[in-house]
Design a binder for this molecule. Structure first.
Ligand code: RTP
Length: 155
């Protein structure tokens, strides 16, 4: 059996340590769930500093890189893979602008966060990063393939 035969688009979403500590896990998951996206992988992890540096490697020249990696590695982080049509782009829309002071009300950051250094959630910004981040955070056998009954009513 082909382990990951699904053709449906997938994205990597993580609730950062501030979101976990603030008790926002269920709130955030429910927004993705109610939209009609499907959860295909989930785990609570405390990433090492070097793992955090890998995740944020694109930002290694930025002044906040070290603080950001330290922060992520406090953990725990809720790592997830969500699946659905357009989930990469639309997931970013649900999340809102990087800086919560500019995120629209109605978005996760707009409703639930105040400053950029504590913006509670991460989402992949394109198909390539989604693939890389899913592979970094999850082993192939941690990704599930299942049919969920609501799909025939969502699509
Ligand atoms: P995201 O995917 O998290 O929405 O962020 P992004 O790619 O839009 O923005 P990026 O510049 O890649 O930033 C990634 C994360 O770094 C933290 N950050 N801190 N000035 C600061 O202190 C600062 N700027 C960015 C945020 O946690 C941001 O999500």
């Amino acid at each position: 059996q082909e382990a990951h035969a699904s053709q449906m688009e997938r994205t990597f979403i993580a609730i950062k340590p501030d979101g976990v500590q603030r008790g926002l896990i269920s709130e955030i998951i429910s927004r993705f769930e109610r939209k009609g996206f499907k959860l295909v992988a989930i785990k609570l992890v405390v990433p090492s500093k070097s793992f955090a540096q890998k995740h944020y490697h694109d930002l290694k020249e930025r002044p906040f890189f070290n603080g950001l990696c330290n922060f992520l590695s406090f953990g725990p982080v809720l790592a997830m893979v969500w699946e659905g049509e357009g989930v990469i782009r639309y997931g970013r829309k649900l999340i809102g602008a990087t800086d919560p002071s500019k995120s629209e009300p109605g978005t996760i950051r707009g409703d639930l966060a105040v400053v950029v250094g504590r913006n509670i959630i991460h989402g992949s910004d394109g198909p390539e990063t989604a693939k890389d981040e899913i592979n970094l955070w999850f082993k192939p056998d941690e990704l599930t393939n299942y049919t969920c009954n609501q799909e025939k009513w969502v699509y």
